[in-house]
Write a protein that binds this ligand. Sequence first.
Ligand SMILES: NC(=O)c1ccc[n+]([C@@H]2O[C@H](COP(=O)([O-])OP(=O)(O)OC[C@H]3O[C@@H](n4cnc5c(N)ncnc54)[C@H](O)[C@@H]3O)[C@@H](O)[C@H]2O)c1
Length: 472
Amino acid sequence: MRVTVIGTGYVGTVTGACLAYLGHRVTCVDTDGAKIEKLRMGESPIYEPGLEELMRLGAERGGIDYQTELAGAVRESDVIFIAVGTPPLPSGESNLAYLEAAARGIGAAMDAERYRVVVNKSTVPVGSGNLVGALVREGLLESNPGIADSVRFGVASNPEFLREGSAIHDSLYPDRIVVGTEDEATAAVMRALYRPLVEQEFADPSFAPRPVARRVPMVTTTLTSAEMIKYSANAFLAMKIGFANEISNICERVGADVTEVMTGIGLDARIGTGFLNAGIGWGGSCFGKDISSLLHTAGEYGYQARLLEASLAVNRLQRQVVIQKLQEKLYILKGRTIALLGLAFKPNTDDLRDAPSLQIAEKLIQMGARVRAYDPIAMDACREQNPALRICYCNDALSAAEHADALVLVTEWPEFGNLNLADLAGRMNSAVLIDGRNMFSPEKARSCGFEYAGIGRSNGRATKVAPVAPPA
Ligand SMILES: NC(=O)c1ccc[n+]([C@@H]2O[C@H](COP(=O)([O-])OP(=O)(O)OC[C@H]3O[C@@H](n4cnc5c(N)ncnc54)[C@H](O)[C@@H]3O)[C@@H](O)[C@H]2O)c1
């Protein structure tokens, strides 16, 4: 099929490369000329493991090209994906300006030559599927009213569930594909588009091997349900992490270890082991934005979603835990040097949107501390996007730790797991380690000379009571 993908960010670039890999002929369009230039050179505008390789394979298989001009691509396409950003406004509402421009642009370019499907992959407030349809029609009426009655198109909502850092794996082997649409012709086009993915009829790339051979379920719903599925999934995942964090704060007070507690509850099949790692809170471009947007929608209908409100509040507070722990260990933060390990909101990405690291660094600097940082991938992005943030960027973890008063593990990059803790501790003014992701073994860290504090771990205070021996 001929496919256009509008927006070459985290979602659009991956979607385009995957669809081309499956054999579709793809054109990716973005208004950002610099991104398009990079993509044309075979370079990904984002850090995502395997993406450049998939772009190369996609170009060989279905074919893929990149351009800034939308109209020609739309005219040649059967399916047009919208994958532009929907960032939050200060009110919590989603900013739909990019989506609106894309939808009108599609309408303005339409002709009566073929039936087209406009697929919304951006995360949009409930009801936006109808909005996309209305905007496409408006664009059409504004630029080509004479043919408006003969132009045929359908609208689908196809929310994206990929995780940055494992986006290729998630896109080639999704748990499910959700398609919301109100008409059968559109559903049929979407089934044809995704058939290779549903049937898993493609050779798996060497860098993203197929985990298990199985058909991918396709959930077909109304437009509104598809939009609600995306928000509900993110709200639930954020709530699960928030729950682990809430419990971690109680664990610390009673002398329990949250990692043991979460293992114990996660093995219950009704609960599941994923997203139960306590830490310094979730970040990224989606959870906060999507919960705020869902809250806003609920509010428009006169409903106060208290669980969602609590989820945001718990996460906000959790980010302050690092500062409290530093104060407990060092008392005074003014004039201290704090080294941050990791800046990205999670490992394997350079994405810093709503990253806890930024808030922690800002707060420390505000309190008079000096902040040093090392991140394997996200330092350039951090420097570029936060020029006013006075962070001293270091070449590696060891130089970040040099003469520092405390080390804070912010992002659990796998390479940090291999650090020589004794070497790190030996370079510091005072060997304090705040393990914001519970990455290290407290016993090991302490035996290497660190004064260690994890999240929700008993910090050695609790005494293990030996089981009472049965009477002889
Ligand atoms: N990043 C994720 O992990 C993720 C996961 C699931 C869903 N989503 C959702 O997918 C959408 C896209 O997210 P993202 O992270 O890829 O965004 P992004 O900000 O990385 O990329 C958006 C791209 O759209 C381009 N753009 C904006 N207006 C345009 C227009 N009119 N025409 C062409 N290009 C235009 C921008 O230049 C940018 O390159 C959002 O709604 C987001 O909530 C994101």
